[in-house]
Design a protein around this ligand. Sequence first.
Ligand SMILES: [Zn+2]
Ligand SMILES: [Zn+2]
Length: 260
Amino acid sequence: MAIKEEGYNIVLETLDPCRVGGVEDKLSGIHNPVTKVGGRVCIPGASLKGAYRTKIEEFLIDTNTRTNNHDKASKPCIPSTKLSSNEEKLIGKYRDRRGACHYPCDLEEGHRRGKCGNERHPICPACYLLGAAGLNGFVRTVPFLFADTSTSQLYSAAMDRATNTVKEGANRPYEVIPSHTRFEGEMVILIEDTILGWRLGEPRTAADKTLGDAWLNGKKLDPDKLIKEYVKDRLESIQWIGGYKSKGCGRVKIKVEGPI
Ligand SMILES: [Zn+2]
Ligand SMILES: [Zn+2]
């Protein structure tokens, strides 16, 4: 088999009312609706991926600090070009460098000044899993999670003040997903691609200019252990999703089941 993948079922249960917002829906007239696709309430892959990525980064920073690992390639990048002043402080100590991981490096050639100058850059562990600009990661899909709830079960927080579930009333009503709503979706992880010569837990061979998966140089991580430490445990450590935390929204519990 050229490509070996594993599927994992992600089950998310809301412990509080949950607020993952879509854009204003002029048709329904609902202010601040929750995200729906084809009428089904969902948590978009991008929201879950953002929360997951934050957990991988925390884990890497924590592990590197604990084990006194100063290897630059083991530090997570910051996947945005504009840094906040708090993020600026993290560069060097916890983070490797400015900017996001990318492939290939844009090197200087003749009189042309490439974005990377004359420096090649590695792919950080977070981007090894989730993908960098120009290069896929081993976690093929962070799925949309769909709820088993119908939209009629959603309620508008401003109208629900009496129940005291959401303490603060809003100036404008906003939709929330009730507590104890169950969401599900399937995540796919690439284990091996014999055509590309990729194997989860090992550095990938790259034809073009890069330092590649330097965090794995001379190492071979057990795929099952890697999936547990970097995927399952990290996803299950997510405790919040979405916005309106100050209004009592957002606590969740995640369970990753599989391989299925
Ligand atoms: Zn990165
Ligand atoms: Zn570069």
